[in-house]
Design a protein around this ligand. Sequence first.
Ligand code: FAD
Length: 406
Amino acid sequence: MKYDVVVIGGGACGMMAALSAKEAGGTVCILEKNSMLGKKILATGNGRCNFTNEYQDEKCYRVGNFQVFKEVLSRFNVERTLVFFSKIGILYKSREGYYYPRSNQASSIRHCMEKAVMAKGIDFRLNTEVTEVAENDGGFCVTTKDGDYFAKKIIVCTGGKASPKSGSDGIGYTLAKRFGHHIIKPLPALVQLQCKEGYFKSLKGIRSMGKVSLYVDGKEVASDLGELQFTKEGISGIPVFNVSRFAVVALNQKKGVYASLDLFPDFSFDVLCSHLSNQLLYRSYPVTVTEGLIGMLNDKLIPVLLKQLSIKPDESVYSLSNDDIGRMASFFKDWQVEISGYNDFDSAQVTCGGVDLNEVTNHLESQKTPGVFFAGEVLDVDGICGGYNLQWAWSSGYVAGKGAME
Ligand SMILES: Cc1cc2nc3c(=O)[nH]c(=O)nc-3n(C[C@H](O)[C@H](O)[C@H](O)COP(=O)(O)OP(=O)(O)OC[C@H]3O[C@@H](n4cnc5c(N)ncnc54)[C@H](O)[C@@H]3O)c2cc1C
């Protein structure tokens, strides 16, 4: 059978693209290699699916071409996204601008999207892996193990390379190259960073509020504030995820990368010195330095930090000098760790890089091979944590679906 549009990949973006093309009057088929549509959605937002965010700013996205990006996002913005989800049966809630289904279950989003796809009469084939696409008779022949599908237009929604267990293994880049596209090297983003220092083994599991600032070749390139998490290999947590793509790209360019951790971002250097003096120097009864710091810092962090400062943990607080207090405050506000690597695509939430946005139109149609559209994570767009990557999936899916029917 020949369809107006074949959507390759039935994830968040593919379902939206299919619904959009169908709404514009087309015959549509989704080809999905998993045994269900939208498998990755189930893992989003720790199983709760943070599906968009009220606060939108260019700073929340890293993009190869802001002109195309802005056009796409303005055509299907947060307001339209919320209306869309209401219409398909999602009652949502906002937590400081971060939107979730009220059920707190990502499965609600997947379920309602799948039901909408069914209700609109969109064909979809599960367990159907696309292996090849070729131009054919003014349209396209999409090859799967179970046979060929013909389409006037195709929309590639195969995702990036992050979390390949949910189906996205990077085939979209291979297809794009065949259609003449240039691929910006796909790299893991929203990912844990590995540090060189051996002491991380003893910090595994610690969480601490803090600020991470990332430096590339000595210059600050990004920073974020929130709950830092320590792993046996390095640093993690949302603020680390949000700066990670800069570290990953820089390490790939063989640049020097370090992170500065501020464990007291809410205190100025002087205020921290005065708190440390009160806790330690002016203590009304003698305690060890370790005991003096309990309550200010996670107690597992204390010996590691003191070792870096060459201060004995069981030394009496009365043996400390003002100079020691100043050194401690400086270190606690600027604990520098060398970034030596990053976790791979298996544990990354998104991909940075992909199909170059400079090679698609405002409707996300290929400038190299008209009739081919790209949408979602396969394109060179990645957002920070907070619903931005799914917003890109919804917006780009919608625009590509409409574009394919114009
Ligand atoms: C653990 C985790 C948590 C996340 N949490 C959030 C969050 O809370 N908020 C947020 O905004 N973003 C979140 N993200 C990111 C977000 O899920 C993705 O950016 C988004 O799902 C991308 O949508 P997509 O449709 O472009 O790609 P995908 O969701 O990856 O879908 C691609 C689909 O294409 C299919 N496919 C691939 N190759 C083929 C083929 N050859 N033939 C047929 N089908 C194929 C795949 O099986 C898959 O179903 C999270 C990601 C992860 C991994």
